[in-house]
Design a protein around this ligand. Structure first.
Ligand SMILES: *Cc1c(COP(=O)(O)O)cnc(C)c1O
Length: 557
């Protein structure tokens, strides 16, 4: 049995316990495990107020509201309770369960931990309210509930034979402390020793997702000491700390026998960052049946029966007739354009080439790159063929640069409104993602390399026959076959400090010389590319392939 721990899990759009890529990946991983009958159980937090509901005012300024949702509508409450110590107080935890059913009927259970119980103090009841909300102390308390409380809850629920604990990012790494305590306790010892550390390492695996050393999970030793109340961690600084600061990425690295990055390039970047550890790579994927639009799912059902159980079989998309591909795409596009026109009064046209860009809005993702030279953009639109652009994405509440970027995109949209319709959809979530990745003609991605660990939305687009136009970073280094599955922006560069001021020019060149002429003048070849997206990338960049690699390299090795 594999125990999969993640601070966020996207089980479905109406359960807002995810913020973005990490949680969606967790959900897609669990759904693939259920399809492939991999014995797995997942643990996360309930997040009663969600991440946040995004509102955008007419100038594009973001404000955040709590997301109201009713756990009873989706989850089943369990009667058991476990306790963790926080700042010397016992905090009671309960669990809610969500069932994920695989394509063949196999079940994977997801446990959502919740401290909102009358036995707890008012402040402790709020600990499982906000995903990534609050200060360092709040975050640390949540990680105690997830890691330590999570292992205790699994024990209380009767899980004894867990062969692997998989930490999806470092937020859950306190689970290792609980396993160390169990090992010492089982050996009849007071505290754990080096032998226990080796034993825990044998059952733990860790997936890192950040390509920058300054990750989020760092705390002053004093805070850990006070909140966790475990003075012996001071003596264990070599496993908890980096440079005298508690760092849960290092805790996970030190207590795992297998560590991986989430794309080949990211594995290399992580290996450079953590030179004293061995870092492998397993490239992310997306869950086929979750991300294929209704139109494409129906098409696959007709031409590739069994694709839901076996995403690899999407390779035979090459034999789906082109007119069927185009018909499914046009229907998905019509749905999206109607939605955008209704929501944003965008005046978009189904016959116009539509670019899509949706992800967390933050500086390194450069969502404004396409607006670097408005005159050039207008010229391309006038000469090579008309364009329209759909954006979506949330900025983290404390990311002022990200919020400024959304506002800037609104200004660009205003500036271009008589030539190039630009819309920014409010409150990006799984439903909007699902309709955007299927309904646009080109999926755009312009991060600053090597910051994109993997990226998954382009994989969702590929599954729906939508090619990417993207900087060569993350998964796209593996997925891009120029002119066959989409297009690159710029050369692949190894030096992370290499200047990238040419990216906008290269992006414009691709639109003007290649993509727009192909779209408007050689539709047959455009559809050929769409088919290759499904056959070459949809069949590979999925969580069926990914979970098999985890099984071989991390779970049963
Ligand atoms: C897929 C998805 C993401 C992650 O997309 P990236 O390309 O990895 O940034 C974020 N949010 C939602 C709602 C998604 O569906």
């Amino acid at each position: 049995m594999i125990a999969y721990f993640s601070m966020e899990v996207g089980v479905e759009a109406r359960v807002p316990t995810y913020s973005g890529g990490l949680g969606i990946l967790a959900g897609d991983t669990i759904r693939a495990a259920a399809d492939m009958k991999v014995p797995m159980v997942a643990v996360t937090l309930l997040h009663r107020k969600g991440y946040f509901y995004q509102r955008l005012d007419p100038q594009g300024w973001q404000t955040e509201e709590p997301v109201a949702w009713v756990p009873d509508d989706f989850l089943m409450e369990l009667p058991g309770r476990v306790t963790v110590q926080i700042e010397g107080r016992p905090v009671q935890i309960r669990a809610w369960v969500y069932e994920v059913t695989g394509a063949g009927g196999f079940l994977v259970l997801v446990y959502f931990l919740d401290t909102d119980l009358p036995e707890n103090s008012e402040q402790d009841r709020r600990l499982t309210d906000y995903l990534y909300g609050g200060d360092a102390r709040y975050r640390l308390c949540q990680e105690i509930v997830l890691g330590i409380g999570g292992v205790r809850m699994l024990r209380a629920l009767g899980y004894r034979n867990i062969g692997r604990y998989h930490m999806n990012e470092g937020h859950a790494s306190l689970l290792t402390l609980e396993l160390l305590d169990e090992a010492a306790h089982n050996a009849g010892r007071e505290g754990f020793n080096r032998e226990d550390i080796e034993a825990v390492k044998r059952v733990c695996v860790f997936t890192t997702h950040t390509p920058v050393p300054a990750g989020h999970d760092q705390f002053p030793l004093e805070l850990l000491d006070r909140v966790l109340g475990r003075h012996e961690v001071r003596e264990m600084q070599d496993i908890f700390c980096a440079d005298g600061i508690v760092n849960f990425t290092y805790l996970a690295l030190n207590l795992s026998h297998y560590v991986n990055g989430v794309a080949k390039k990211h594995g290399e970047v992580a290996q450079e960052m953590y030179a004293h550890y061995v870092i492998d790579a397993i490239t992310n994927g997306v869950h086929g049946a979750t991300w294929a639009s209704d139109k494409f799912a129906a098409l696959f059902d007709r031409y590739i029966p069994g694709w839901r159980q076996d995403n690899f079989s999407l390779r035979s998309a090459l034999s789906i007739p082109k007119d069927q591909i185009w018909r499914a795409h046009s229907a998905a596009k019509r749905d999206l354009i109607n939605y955008v026109n209704r929501e944003a009064n965008a005046g978009m046209d189904c016959d116009v080439l539509t670019l899509g860009f949706a992800r967390r809005v933050t500086a390194y993702k450069r969502p404004d790159l396409i607006f670097s030279d408005l005159e050039r953009l207008r010229e391309i639109d006038a000469i090579a063929g008309p364009m329209q652009i759909i954006f979506a994405g949330k900025a983290h509440p404390r990311d002022q640069d990200g919020k400024n970027l959304i506002h800037r995109i609104f200004e660009f949209a205003q500036n271009l409104r008589s030539e190039i319709p630009v819309a920014f959809l409010e409150h990006y979530d799984m439903d909007i993602a699902r309709s955007m990745v299927a309904g646009v003609d080109v999926w755009l991605n312009t991060p600053q390399p090597p910051m994109e660990a993997s990226g998954t939305s382009g994989m969702k687009a590929a599954l729906n026959g939508v090619p990417s136009l993207s900087v060569l970073d993350g998964w796209w280094i593996e997925g891009c076959i120029e002119g066959v599955t989409g297009w690159g922006i710029g050369e692949l560069v190894r030096d992370r400090n290499a200047p990238r001021e040419n990216d906008a020019t290269l992006l414009y060149d691709q639109l003007e010389r290649t993509i727009l002429p192909l779209y408007y003048q050689d539709r047959e070849r455009y559809i050929e590319i769409m088919r290759h997206c499904i056959a070459l990338n949809g069949s590979f960049f999925n969580t069926h392939r990914m979970i098999q690699q985890y099984v071989l390299k991390a779970y049963f090795e």
